[in-house]
Design a protein around this ligand. Structure first.
Ligand code: NAD
Length: 357
């Protein structure tokens, strides 16, 4: 499998291929950059088409974590793990313990957390083999999703202020602002709750009709069809489900002036940031607006204080405003302005530990 030639390979420090025939584990851990601190990032379990697809995913995701922590001002580098397998069929305690031994073998260079397809019980198995576990394990800061949702909520306020004008926001209220959310899952539902509480008009698209109904019944949200989400006639589109949805086919269909949501890797390719800008659509860079969860994790420990953590998450509002202003001043896409600011905060190209020794 070509590693260095993979288009997603970006000077990663270390890539570890993990296989254990006894437990059935097949996983890849990628450490992108540790110049700010140990790599931190979740483990994802997914039925990848093949191992090359898993490699590309872990390279992209781990790089994104470096940028996310740098912009959030956290003392972490970027890392991620992917497990090849069906999360509904292939899980076992032995598999996660085996993964835990691989994480332990990295001696603290990588701290694992939860991501798509992984839940608390899985991470608890990992934690029996290594102390380098964050987020959902016993004694941690809990499910990161509420903090992520809060960050997206304050980020939407910043985007509305910048693109539509400060007069669209009165105090904490977003009365008269309409937001369509794709995905009423852990983050999307909690985001909908914040928005409804602030008086926004909330619309929800989800492939799971029960989740739409819950948002309707409990929050007064209006359903929008999954197929029509991108064309919704709203102020803000908030993607909180899938990555890669902003591409050549979809961007021309967007009617909303703002895209601001939690999903990772929303731009199919970097050039789509420019395409959004050319259409006058303000894009809140995903790894900046969705950093609330990792910010919350950074506060975990014996003295964990949720309100202190959430005060830090609230800074996403001001960081986003400064990125929007920087992008305007330089005439560049917001995604590029965010990348530039992040790159100013970590050493790149990476120091090679083997060469430095
Ligand atoms: P989740 O699995 O709880 O929710 C995803 C929701 O999207 C589900 O309700 C699912 O039915 C729905 N969905 C799937 N495909 C869809 C489609 N085509 N159209 C509409 N709805 C669809 O996941 P989550 O934890 O809420 O995370 C959502 C996104 O945010 C993911 O991209 C994740 O990587 C990203 N993210 C999450 C966190 C976090 O703290 N959970 C942090 C950063 C980024």
């Amino acid at each position: 499998m070509p590693v260095f030639d993979d288009p997603a390979f970006d000077n990663h420090e270390q890539v570890v291929f993990c296989e254990d025939a006894d437990s059935g584990l097949r996983a890849i851990i990628a450490i992108h950059n540790t110049s700010r601190g140990p790599a931190l990032g979740g483990a994802r379990m997914w039925s990848y088409a093949d191992s090359a697809a898993a490699l590309t995913d872990v390279l992209r995701l781990s790089r994104g974590m470096t940028y996310k922590s740098a912009l959030a001002g956290l003392p972490f580098g970027g890392g991620k793990a992917v497990i090849l397998g069906d999360p509904n069929r292939d899980k076992s305690p032995a598999l996660f313990r085996s993964l835990g031994r691989y994480v332990a073998s990295l001696g603290g260079r990588y701290t694992i957390a939860e991501d798509v397809g992984i839940d608390v019980a899985d991470i608890e198995q990992v934690a029996t083999e290594t102390q380098h576990v964050a987020g959902v394990a016993a004694g941690g800061s809990g499910d990161p999703s509420p903090a992520t949702a809060y960050g997206v909520f304050v980020g939407i306020r910043a985007a509305v202020k910048h693109r539509l004008g400060a007069d669209r926001i009165s105090g904490d209220k977003l009365t008269g602002v309409s937001v369509a959310i794709q995905g009423a899952g852990h983050v999307g539902y909690e985001l909908a709750r914040h928005l409804a509480g602030a008086g926004a008009d909330v619309q929800i698209a989800d492939v799971d009709p029960d989740r739409v109904r819950r948002a309707q019944d409990e929050l007064g949200a209006t359903p929008v069809s999954v197929e029509r989400f991108l064309e919704a006639d709203v102020d803000v589109l908030a993607p909180c489900a899938l990555g890669g949805l902003l591409n050549d086919d979809t961007i021309p269909k967007i009617r909303a002036p703002i895209v601001a949501g939690a999903a990772n890797n929303q731009l199919a390719e970097a050039r789509h940031g420019q395409m959004l800008r050319a259409r006058g659509i303000l894009y809140a860079p995903d790894y900046l607006i969705n950093a609330g969860g990792i910010i919350n994790i950074s506060y975990e420990g014996p003295g964990y204080d949720r309100s202190r953590a959430f005060s830090h998450v609230a800074l996403i509002h001001d960081t986003l405003l400064s990125i929007f202003q920087r992008a305007d001043a330089a005439g560049i896409p917001t995604s590029k302005a965010a990348d530039q600011l992040a790159e100013e905060r970590f050493t790149h190209p990476n120091p090679n530990p083997a060469k430095a020794a």
